[in-house]
Design a protein around this ligand. Sequence first.
Ligand SMILES: *[C@@H]1O[C@H](CO)[C@@H](O)[C@H](O)[C@H]1NC(C)=O
Ligand SMILES: *[C@@H]1O[C@H](CO)[C@@H](O)[C@H](O)[C@H]1NC(C)=O
Ligand SMILES: *[C@@H]1O[C@H](CO)[C@@H](O)[C@H](O)[C@H]1NC(C)=O
Ligand SMILES: *[C@@H]1O[C@H](CO)[C@@H](O)[C@H](O)[C@H]1NC(C)=O
Ligand SMILES: *[C@@H]1O[C@H](CO)[C@@H](O)[C@H](O)[C@H]1NC(C)=O
Ligand SMILES: *[C@@H]1O[C@H](CO)[C@@H](O)[C@H](O)[C@H]1NC(C)=O
Length: 488
Amino acid sequence: MYLTKPLLTAAVAIRGAIATPHGEPIQARQANTITVDLSKTYQRMDGFGFSLAFQRANLITNMSDKTKQRELLDLLFNRTTGAGFSIIRNGIGSSPSSNSDWMNTIAPNNPGGPNAEPQYQWDGKDSGQLWVSQQAVNLYGVKTIYANAWSAPGYMKTNGRDTNGGNLCGVPGAQCSSGDWRQAYANYLVAYINFYAEAGVNITHLGFLNEPDYSASYASMQANGNQAADFIKILHPTLETAGLGGQVGITCCDSMGWNNQAGMVSQIRSAGAENMLKAVTSHTYQGGAGGPMSTRAPVWMSEQCDLNGAWTTAWYAYGGAGEGLTWANNIYSAVVNANVSGYLYWEGVQWPNPNTNEKIIRVDNTTNTYEVSRRLWAFANWSRYVRPGAVRVDARGGGNGLRTAAFENEDGTIAVIAISSGGSAADVSVTISRGAKPAAVQAFVSDATRNCESTPATVADDGIISGSVAARSITTFFILPGSESTTR
Ligand SMILES: *[C@@H]1O[C@H](CO)[C@@H](O)[C@H](O)[C@H]1NC(C)=O
Ligand SMILES: *[C@@H]1O[C@H](CO)[C@@H](O)[C@H](O)[C@H]1NC(C)=O
Ligand SMILES: *[C@@H]1O[C@H](CO)[C@@H](O)[C@H](O)[C@H]1NC(C)=O
Ligand SMILES: *[C@@H]1O[C@H](CO)[C@@H](O)[C@H](O)[C@H]1NC(C)=O
Ligand SMILES: *[C@@H]1O[C@H](CO)[C@@H](O)[C@H](O)[C@H]1NC(C)=O
Ligand SMILES: *[C@@H]1O[C@H](CO)[C@@H](O)[C@H](O)[C@H]1NC(C)=O
């Protein structure tokens, strides 16, 4: 603790009073002041996203009602009418077939050993994920595609199947009579990336593990940090040799919980492979972030959802795990308190069964109908305005019960986010210090009745923005900078 809020507000008011051309003291404004300091910078943002794994993408790709199909795409990716998601997390299939909701692999048959010519079979669908990815890239300009393998094909593993854990043959402590499959697995991941590139989709992030600290009855493969580092040292040069080094970076390890992931990163660092990572990815099912993870790589909270609660579309009822306002706050805690650069929900779409909050949009493919949860609008307030490449900057003040965050986008626009957990509305003013004087502002609110709707906000001659934050809402002020500098 260094400055209490009343002192800070006073300090701002004095700075503002000096700068105001009309000499009017800022204290005259009744509103609480949010002070944004563009000179104090934190992490660079990669964006916000969701997964389409386990054939959930087919709910969009197969949708026979083409109007509704486009509505679903707009809800997810459109920056004016939807969430404006900027990251897709696809599953790289490892299963021998598409039975149930399995993701089929591009190499279902053992060619006879790790050094035999692989037999790739590209079906041009990739469990429906390729088509959605193409739409995201071509229609909406999405640039970040995260391809993540839950497992290697079974014949490359100690347990001979892609389900129920097991290790990749050849990593430390995992020797197999079939040989060392590490290079074959790296080549296989490159082949998958090349099939996507030929279809016009550039994969930017590549993960070779999912929840390696959990053995699941579905596709899963286990690894500790040393085993992960061992494979990273093979995968990294393989990407370079394939000419993909500039485009694709390696992520690791999508662990079940933040502390597990921190432990794996520490082992990867000790093994000398941390600088080969483009991002560190963690889930938070077994423990969330208490603070930033110790790593030089950008960190993504790459999967979380409410697995247990019954499906809800509520914005706020009682602070339940599936409610919209809860997710506005979850994102806030990860980005502001834990230095997270990417934030991804689990599934974007899913069928009604199980009727939980695993998904953001519930799609019923037997009736061709869908229902949107307000979690989508909680994401929208972040993702539409905090674009890939934005740098988080310092934001303070705003008054009791308000959580504030601010970002400077690559194009110079500024997003100031305010989340109110209190039961009444509050007037606020926003001052931008050490940057261009705001030329215009737009404000958007999501609450119980509004989904990212426009709400009034103005810029005065002195560059100070006035607006209001509704009760239990997330409100985003989106600021277009002018050519003149502020003197604050
Ligand atoms: C999508 O269509 C494929 C056939 O092309 C089918 O196997 C699959 O079950 C369908 N999935 C959904 C979710 O509609
Ligand atoms: C996003 O929605 C707006 C408003 O409906 C529409 O004009 C625009 O074409 C949509 N963008 C895309 C890429 O479809
Ligand atoms: C994908 O990468 C290729 C090769 O680097 C590049 O020519 C192409 O423009 C990229 N496509 C997209 C959609 O970014
Ligand atoms: C935040 O993450 C960035 C990488 O995105 C890293 O360089 C920086 O050191 C991290 N800051 C803290 C406080 O951990
Ligand atoms: C709906 O999706 C399920 C699960 O993928 C699939 O088994 C079924 O065939 C689909 N039904 C229709 C009508 O597409
Ligand atoms: C932001 O969240 C509010 C709920 O507080 C919602 O009404 C509004 O529509 C959201 N804005 C956007 C741009 O999604």
